[in-house]
Structure formats: C-alpha cells, structure tokens
Design a protein. Structure first.
Length: 115
C-alpha cells in the first residue's frame, strides 16, 4: 500500500477557518479538560473530523446551516466512520452557542458510557 501523507495543510486551513461555535466547543474540549485528549480538524481516511478523541474513537462534529443541504454526504461520511470503528456525535452551531452546558453534558455522558 503506497504511503499517503496526512494533509496537514488542509487541517491547518480548517483550524484557522473554524466557526465561532467550533472555537467555543474547543474551549471545552482542549487540554484534556474532560479527562481524555481531543484533537481538532484531524484527518480520518478521506474526511476531516472537527474534533477527534482517538482513545475513545469518538468524533464530534459541529454543523452549521450548510449541513442541512448536505444530509446525504453527512450520512455517507458517518457510515464510513462507523465502519472504521468511530462513533460520531453531531451538534448544530445553535446548540453549542445556546446550550453549551447541555452539549458538554452529552459528551461527558458518552465518554462515561451512558449514551
């Protein structure tokens, strides 16, 4: 199998272009604040995860308005990640901005095996 380098330049661009909601959620996830390490804009196969906890094989996606028009793409992407052994949690920008405590509680619950 030929070596395929990680697209770190694209990951860097995605981090620089993060939405406000992604930046807010990163403030909750960074520095192992929830007891596990998350990375942001990490390549997984042909996709990039907004946030990835490799240890728990958990992907967290923050979806903006445009994702409403990309349902088929998101479904294929989630199916690919599930087949690769990842669990995907999706939160809308609105949920992150209006109910950050609820979003955090949901993530903590999943990490604790409650969901």
């Amino acid at each position: 199998m030929p070596f395929k380098p990680r697209n770190t330049e694209r990951a860097r661009e995605l981090r620089k272009g993060a939405t406000v909601a992604e930046r807010v959620l990163w403030g909750v996830l960074r520095g192992s604040a929830l007891g596990v390490r998350f990375s942001r804009q990490m390549p997984i196969g042909p996709y990039f995860a907004d946030f990835l906890c490799r240890e728990r094989r958990l992907v967290i996606e923050v979806d903006g308005f445009s994702h409403g028009r990309r349902e088929a793409y998101d479904a294929r992407r989630d199916a690919w990640m599930a087949a690769a052994g990842y669990r995907v949690l999706r939160f809308g920008n609105d949920a992150v901005m209006r109910d950050l405590d609820g979003v955090r509680a949901r993530i903590v619950g999943v990490l604790a095996g409650e969901g």
